[in-house]
Design a binder for this molecule. Structure first.
Ligand code: HEM
Length: 259
């Protein structure tokens, strides 16, 4: 494990020299260049595997995708390679995120209040939510488990002459189920990372988030990163906003009166 950690730290340092992260005032550092590189490389490979996979899965529905990969036969040849490279890149992400993705009692607590989260009634996440919430961790582990199933079954299907008819037939079913579960999860992930929770995308593009985003979605991490109380800072920002609004209203009343 220490060898993995050493490699991970070396990779972070190496990638840190290739790119940089600018942290503006009022922002916090969230993801280093190395993490961003792994995330976007695996995302591209995931979609290449997905699109080529859909074209093979149902040519009747998705035959229009095959020209993207140079036609039907080349789509079949390329698909396992996209999948294999996705698994390799994701293995690095696995070690990179392993310590942050460990399941804790706080995550089980978060999962129990999933209904409230989906309902979107409470804007602020509970104070125990750290760097990743229970939902994000669940998705990470689903990708690891699902990726493993896709990798093993894909390998069996790649070399049917070695593994035999029954193993390959079972692999087809498991491969498709796992891909469909992942596909469903990834749309939720994309929605939440963009329009669902504005300010999240910057975490993976620029590597930073605003303090407001941090105390709203990951209060325990905010307090760890800044040594400050997330609720108190949130309240201060709300009061400040209220005061500014009152001042603006007063100014516009004065302008109206003077006319
Ligand atoms: C266009 C597509 C995608 C967008 C816009 C996107 C965006 C993001 C963002 C902004 C984060 C950081 C969240 C945070 O710091 O709290 C993130 C994290 C993550 N992404 Fe993506 N992502 C995309 C595709 C993918 C794909 C294809 C995968 C894997 C197959 C993936 C797996 C993850 C995982 C496991 C995390 C960490 C946990 C989480 O935030 O859910 N993403 N992504």
């Amino acid at each position: 494990m220490t060898a993995v950690r050493r490699f991970d730290e070396k990779a972070r340092r190496g990638f840190g020299k290739l790119g940089h992260t600018t942290i503006h005032e009022g922002e916090l550092f969230r993801h280093p260049v190395y993490t961003r590189f792994l995330h976007w490389t695996s995302a591209i490979l995931f979609f290449l595997a997905l699109l080529s996979g859909l074209a093979i899965y149902s040519p009747w529905l998705f035959h229009w995708l095959t020209p993207l990969f140079g036609g039907g036969p080349t789509t079949r040849v390329l698909h396992p390679w996209f999948g294999l490279f996705f698994v390799i890149i994701y293995a690095f992400q696995f070690f990179n995120w392993l310590s942050l993705m460990r399941w804790t009692a706080a995550d089980s607590k978060w999962i129990r209040r999933l209904k409230i989260y989906i309902g979107g009634k409470e804007r602020l996440e509970p104070e125990y939510v750290g760097f990743f919430n229970g939902g994000q961790k669940l998705q990470f582990w689903e990708i690891i488990g699902g990726g493993l199933v896709l990798f093993i079954t894909g390998f069996l299907m790649w070399f049917p002459e070695i593994f035999g008819r029954i193993a390959v037939a079972i692999s087809y079913v498991l491969h498709d189920i796992s891909a469909l579960i992942m596909l469903f999860g990834i749309w939720i992930h994309i929605y939440l990372s963009t329009v669902g929770e504005p300010g999240t995308l910057e975490a993976m593009t620029r590597g930073t988030v605003t303090r407001g985003w941090a105390w709203t979605h990951h209060p325990a991490w905010y307090s760890e990163a800044t040594g400050r109380d997330p609720r108190a800072d949130h309240q201060r920002a709300v009061d400040q906003q209220k005061k500014e609004k009152e001042r603006e209203d007063r100014d516009s009343d004065l302008i109206a009166e003077s006319r």
